[in-house]
Design a protein around this ligand. Sequence first.
Ligand SMILES: [Zn+2]
Length: 239
Amino acid sequence: MEGPGSRIIFRKLLKHAGGTFQLQLEGNVIGLVILSRVAIYGKRIYLTLGENSYSIFFGMFGRFSEGPITGKKKPGIILASSTATLSFYGCSIKMIPADSYLEFIDESKDLTSAEFDLGNTVTEAKKAASDDELICDVLLDQSILPGSGNIIKNEALFRSSMHPARKMEYMTLDDLYGLFREAREFSMKWVEASERGEKISPFLAVYGKKHCVKCGRPLMKEKMGLGNRQTYWCSICQK
Ligand SMILES: [Zn+2]
């Protein structure tokens, strides 16, 4: 799940903040707790429940439901009240000291936050990434662009005509600005589509595609970068 998916879940959870729930962790009933705070940073959701907080990462297969528990797989966290059942399936869950996440959340870097600051994120990225780092890796670095994921990476590179294997030393501030602006715009389009209950697939220009929508030539497809992530690009349109 990328930032836009987590943002939608965060908005749903916000409606329940302040409520009292019976907490179940990995099938064990913990007891009644107050959901005193809900936060998001990039792809992660944070819940403060009683004396602890939980950092929740959805990864490739995690999902959230507000309805009754379904399917064979049991949720890792269940928050149940008389009016709602909030369930987190297939997520990585870490218990941390209550509200400790507030120390490192920086809304100005979060791709799907209303406070996202493009200029600041570009300046920070130039400082944080080394010269020989590939731009496809920088786009997935959660300390630089929290919320970005592999689909956002591919789409932003294509839309800004940038080759995925370009090294940071060849990225000017203007290049980074254009690239991160595309990442932001695509991410917000994804959030808005999800709010309307629509899928992102009709908005994809390059991810999972076979031909370039600009020049019509076959696209390149290769596992690339530190995480060996699937990368699509046009060898003619992206330099
Ligand atoms: Zn092309």
